[in-house]
Write a protein that binds this ligand. Structure first.
Ligand SMILES: NC(=O)c1ccc[n+]([C@@H]2O[C@H](COP(=O)([O-])OP(=O)(O)OC[C@H]3O[C@@H](n4cnc5c(N)ncnc54)[C@H](OP(=O)(O)O)[C@@H]3O)[C@@H](O)[C@H]2O)c1
Length: 273
């Protein structure tokens, strides 16, 4: 029986993966901010006879303290982890600053994934064939890290914030693999392609338009998570794996630059004190 944590596992691809693990007999802890959505996942788990293997931790992962609490709770429950899935995301139409001083998209898409990746490494290293799966937009080269204005105080756009979060999370994977050259934990950056999910936090009228487009052109969640399941079951290499669906992403892309990855890692450690 494997043990998995899915941060952002109450809807979309995170929920799809959580239910997949439960269906095949694994233990799963799902993290999300909305207790009602957490309840629905637990109800679903109970319906499939997996109620005793499913847990929900309510946490707003834009907060550093909440991430630290999640790490502590997972460590209190488990001695080892086989997988950590990072998939929490939210669209912020206006700039929101977290109590830690981060812009909220950056906090959720990057800082939370940084904290959970490094904070749960001890447990992962004790797992069987462990992997961190960071579902993101790897391979996209649009957007940039605003090195001198990470919190986008001097000008905010929700797409710009999402692209910065994506580019930061790409670099997280590169830095993590570089920091653990002898580690057993593989780090998968995975671009799932356009998927019929993730519209819950959009504002109208964008929400209706994207929902319609996603129904017409997006893949269903079950199809989008299939390449991730295959890569987790039969990983093709060690260290960093970067895939756009089933196609490897060119590791020499400027968005995966090792120097920038090191720079962001150092800066993040500094900002987190
Ligand atoms: N959908 C696509 O077309 C697409 C394409 C490329 C890449 N991706 C990437 O794939 C990943 C998953 O996307 P998705 O479409 O599956 O997303 P989704 O359905 O919107 O799921 C997001 C999850 O994050 C949780 N979440 C949101 N804010 C949170 C917070 N403050 N604290 C804790 N949890 C929070 C949500 O639960 P609560 O609401 O309960 O908090 C939910 O479980 C994302 O990283 C996205 O960038 C998606």
């Amino acid at each position: 029986m494997g043990t998995y944590v899915v941060a952002g596992g109450t809807t979309g691809m995170g929920r799809g993966l959580a239910l997949h693990f439960l269906r095949r007999g694994d233990r799963v802890t799902v993290v999300g901010s909305d207790p009602a959505k957490g309840r629905l996942v637990l109800d679903e788990a109970a319906r499939m006879g997996a109620g005793d293997r499913a847990a929900f931790i309510q946490a707003d992962l834009t907060s550093v303290a909440a991430n630290v609490r999640v790490i502590e709770e997972v460590k209190a429950r488990h001695d080892a982890l086989d997988g950590l899935v990072l998939t929490a995301i939210r669209h912020f139409s206006r700039r929101v600053e977290t109590p830690d001083g981060f812009e909220a998209t950056f906090a959720l898409y990057y800082v939370s994934r940084f904290l959970l990746s490094y904070g749960l490494t001890d447990l992962l290293e004790r797992g069987e064939n462990p992997m961190i799966v960071n579902i993101c937009g790897v391979g996209i080269t649009k957007g940039a890290i605003h090195w001198d204005d990470l919190s986008l105080e001097r000008g905010y756009g929700s797409i710009q914030a999402m692209l910065q979060g994506g580019r930061a999370t790409d670099l997280l994977g590169v830095a993590y693999a570089a920091n653990h050259p002898d580690g057993r934990t593989r780090y998968l950056l995975h671009h799932p392609g356009f998927t019929d999910s993730g519209t819950g936090s959009l504002k109208q009228p964008t929400k209706t338009i994207i929902k319609l487009l996603a129904k017409l052109m997006g893949q269903p969640v079950e199809k989008s998570i299939q390449p991730i399941i295959e890569l987790m079951d039969d990983p093709p290499g060690k260290g960093l794996l970067a895939y756009d669906r089933r196609t490897p992403v060119d590791p020499s892309l400027p968005t995966l630059d090792p120097e920038n990855a090191r720079r962001l890692y150092e800066l993040t450690r500094h900002l987190l004190g």
